[in-house]
Design a protein around this ligand. Sequence first.
Ligand SMILES: [Zn+2]
Length: 345
Amino acid sequence: MKIFYSTAHLRHAPTFEVFDGGVRVPIFEVPERATRILAALQQTDWAEILPPDDFGLDPILAVHDRGYVEFLASAWTEWLATDPEAGTAADKSALLPATFALRNQARRPASLLGRAGYYMMDLSAPIVEGTYAAALASANCALSAAQAVEAGERAAFALCRPPGHHAGVSNCGGYCYFNNAAIAANWLSSKGKVALLDIDYHAGNGTQDIFYERADVLTISIHADPAFEYPHFSGYADQHGAGAGLGFHHNFPLPSGTDDTAYLETLNHALDLIREFAPSYLVISAGMDIYTNDPLGKIKVSHEGIAEIGRRIAKLNLPSVVVMEGGYNNEALGGNVVAFLVTFT
Ligand SMILES: [Zn+2]
């Protein structure tokens, strides 16, 4: 299987994030996540590790707002220019605003911190010097995997870091900057109908935002119920799309403590919807934070459960682009990804 990986992700290494209650903690989304997955794949006899191609900005701008992309591109240099201590002082190691745009006051201001609050949804997507380069490389990994599958591969894996599914048309958040899976799905949508299945523990709010009014990309997310879990504002069962996209988005919110049996039952419903839609391509937002021992997750899917999820999705027998999303139990992460991917070989 072709695995697309770029060392550019190492340049994105913020040191902290801010949790509910204002607690500043070491960030969970660290470079070690990707290097552990890479190491586990290198132990297999089927993973062919390749650098991504450069697709330029067009496929990213086909999904994300231009002003948002330009903000990400220049934020760090602007941050350095506006504050002599930016980037060096301990309390200024990353660009992170403390003021956020309300939905009814959505004027985009000129100031850097104003734009940061306008384009960021939370305190979990700090921007550091290498963020933009890493996010671009991550999107290129997803596009390269899509290209490989379009060229005839049965499946390809984009070892994306930073992840993407919380990034909407014009926002970063939840460790995500560019929505890699959405960029790949949109790229493939010019070649045939696409289904995008998100199995990350958290609702794929960014993906929901991007495709909400489209009928050519079926989006389905199985996740912890946003009534108790991040990202809180999206991922509800009654959100089914709008306009032309009405009926082409499905959320399956799950209660805390969901086990393998209950998870797999829900997955079967999602797979039925995909079969009914009859897409030409499948994109999978593969988050491993559904794992029972994930520090950020509250559902209980076992290692064997993750393998079974892979087997059932693989049985759709669709050309499949697997895109890495979350997963924060670093000890188990590589093994879980390998167990999932091997079912597509
Ligand atoms: Zn997640």
